[in-house]
Design a protein around this ligand. Structure first.
Ligand code: E4P
Length: 217
């Protein structure tokens, strides 16, 4: 299972580089806006921090401009994956850019039939959003389960990139289902490390060790 970092904060991403916990990065227009920086600069800096795919999202909604934006973004670095929304124009852009050899991440996926269309359009990644479905009383994890099943049924090469992950249980559920990738904010990756019994156990070991008066080195 690959872990992508869902952030456009270069310092945050840098802190995870080299840990083995970051196989790529995803951004979106809201995250770029939050960074307060120019998209081309942020994406270039992030691409230098990982060899994995870095999703950079188009902001146009019409096909022609989407294609022009997508080509501009992919030329920033060789590991850019162009992100397009799951609309009719987005699917057409996905097909055209994929045919040109560009990795495309189709985002804002909220149904399994939408995910089927993205695979048929040649997407490298499909991003079904878990948390935003949960927020409206639907079952985001069931969407991941359905998409993984459908892609397996037909051997689609499109990777399921579970998105809108809000907490460690989402990650666990995605791993059990077999999602190829989970993209998550750095806070969720850090939360995965923590367990109160680990902290308590370590305190106990440290205290007991101190009583021995020994030192290993
Ligand atoms: C991923 O590509 C999305 O941009 C992201 O996971 C959305 O997460 P949110 O619903 O927490 O904003």
């Amino acid at each position: 299972m690959k872990f992508f970092v869902d952030s456009a904060d270069v310092a945050e991403i840098k802190s995870l580089a080299g840990t083995g916990l970051m196989d790529g990065v995803t951004t979106n227009p809201s995250l770029i806006a939050k960074s307060g920086r120019k998209i081309s600069e942020v994406i270039a800096e992030i691409c230098a921090l990982t060899e994995g795919p870095v999703s950079a999202e188009v902001t146009a909604t019409d096909l022609d401009t989407m294609l022009r934006e997508g080509r501009y973004l992919r030329d920033i670095a060789k590991n850019v994956a162009v992100k397009v929304p799951l609309t009719e124009a987005g699917l057409r852009a996905c097909k055209a850019l994929s045919d040109e050899g560009t990795k495309v991440n189709v985002t804002l996926c909220f149904s399994a039939p939408q995910a089927l269309l993205a695979a048929k359009a040649g997407a490298a990644f499909i991003s079904p959003f878990i948390g935003r479905l949960d927020d409206i009383g639907e079952d985001g994890i069931q969407l991941i389960r359905d998409v993984v099943t459908i892609y397996r049924n037909y051997n689609f090469g499109t990777e399921v990139l579970a998105a809108s992950i809000r907490h460690p249980v989402h990650v666990l559920q995605c791993a059990k289902i077999g999602a190829h990738v989970a993209t998550m904010p750095p806070a969720v990756i850090k939360a995965l490390v923590k367990h109160p019994l680990t902290d308590r156990g370590l305190d106990q070991f440290t205290a007991d060790w101190a009583k021995t008066g020994q030192s290993i080195l």
